[in-house]
Design a protein around this ligand. Structure first.
Ligand code: HEM
Length: 163
């Protein structure tokens, strides 16, 4: 029982790290808007990319390790393999795989492209160009979709429906 509770606590904290990307991004976007055209905008954009990346990595990895630990401990299986998996948990696991696929494709490519553009901007005098803002806006839409899927998983986990 102690191990199950410990895993669940870390699982919930990891979900908190992951979903906190939503408000963190909104706060940084507001600060960047106020600093538009100044060197501070570049610093803010660089910092937000690193912070959001870190929250995603801690959240995603924490969720996977503790999620697998919980299903093994409770004999719930993964997509019906290794135990009978309730529908809400199957949906959660499928959404987790979609989130993982987004991270290794769209999110990794997008963040690498922005990081390279920010590096160039820093070398060229430290001001964010309209092209970089365009890249960040497109990346922001992908990140929003990603975070809304995390929110769906939180709702599914609390309601535990459909069975
Ligand atoms: C974005 C991904 C995920 C999020 C945000 C998430 C979130 C949560 C939350 C908040 C709870 C606690 C619900 C409550 O106690 O009311 C929970 C429970 C649970 N999660 Fe996840 N989860 C995710 C992915 C996964 C994955 C991939 C697995 C399995 C491989 C998993 C397995 C479980 C299990 C077994 C429980 C129930 C534990 C229990 O009550 O004994 N979760 N999840």
């Amino acid at each position: 029982m102690f191990l199950r509770n410990l895993l669940l606590v870390i699982h919930i904290i990891s979900a908190g790290f992951w979903i906190s990307q939503l408000p963190v991004e909104l706060i940084f976007r507001r600060m960047q808007k106020r600093a538009e055209g100044t060197p501070a905008e570049l610093t803010l954009m660089t910092t937000s990319m690193q912070l959001l990346g870190g929250l995603g990595q801690f959240g995603g990895m924490g969720i996977l390790i503790t999620g697998l630990g919980l299903v093994i401990l409770e004999g719930l299986g993964f997509l019906g393999i290794g135990g009978s998996t309730p529908t809400w948990l199957v949906i959660k696991q499928v959404i987790y795989l979609i989130l993982l696929a987004m991270v290794f494709t769209l999110i990794r490519q997008g963040s690498e492209r922005i990081a390279a553009a920010l590096e160039q901007a820093r070398a060229a005098g430290g001001v964010v160009t309209p092209e970089i803002r365009g890249l960040a806006e497109r990346f922001g839409r992908i990140a929003l979709t990603h975070n809304l899927l995390v929110l769906v998983n939180i709702l599914l986990a609390v309601w535990k429906e459909p069975q």
